[in-house]
Write a protein that binds this ligand. Sequence first.
Ligand code: SF4
Ligand code: F3S
Ligand code: FES
Length: 248
Amino acid sequence: MGYNLSMRLWRGDVDGGSLADFTVEVEEGEVVLDAIHRVQATQAGDLAVRWNCKAGKCGSCSAEINGRPKLMCMTRLSEYDQSETITVTPLRTFPVIKDLVTDVSFNYEKAKEVPAFAPTAPDADGKRRMSQVDVERGQEFRKCIECFLCQDTCHVVRDHEENKPAFAGPRFFLRYAELDMHPLDTNDRRKLAQSAAGLSMCNITKCCTEVCPEHIKITDNAIIPMKERVVDRKYDPLVWLGSKIFRR
Ligand code: SF4
Ligand code: F3S
Ligand code: FES
């Protein structure tokens, strides 16, 4: 059954903006993105919103719904009381372009800083081999849809523009961890994660894990193991000695 939904949508651009009120007809079973599209179609044709797949797979429709970082296409209206006003604002950690659309290029810059996979030499028959358990370990990390909700929610950069140059963020700790755990990669990801990506600035609050729509255990399976590996390398006398000898 249909009903009238009250919405407050942030409207503005890089120079500032404010919340605008709308009342829109919605149907049971619809998602927040449906309601926004109806506002766009019937009342505000110039409302800017980024989306693509409407299936939780492209990572484009990230926004903050009643203050929580979420995918608009995966957030059902039935999660809220019909009398409740749903407020949608752009991701706070990134600069606004227009209305609900933000400039997420910070993340692409950070992606460029992660050195590409650098494999070991192949075996004598020209093939490279790794065990199934190592293949499976990386699968969880590869589910990332680059919605950047984890980046948006992390307090190290949320409201702390000054930390951005030194901090890659949870999405990229995932990438560092995936490559570090890859038995055929030759780069020293641990050192990079610590020095260039600011792993030590993460104090494992786990907010990133809580908002991940792919339910990737970012903190437990990527960040904490990476931190442990960095510590092992730094404080284990054998690891330390080994790294000195092999560097000569
Ligand atoms: Fe989105 Fe999860 Fe990937 Fe972060 S790790 S960008 S929250 S899918
Ligand atoms: Fe930020 Fe996640 Fe660490 S929210 S502080 S990267 S555990
Ligand atoms: Fe693709 Fe929402 S539109 S994830």
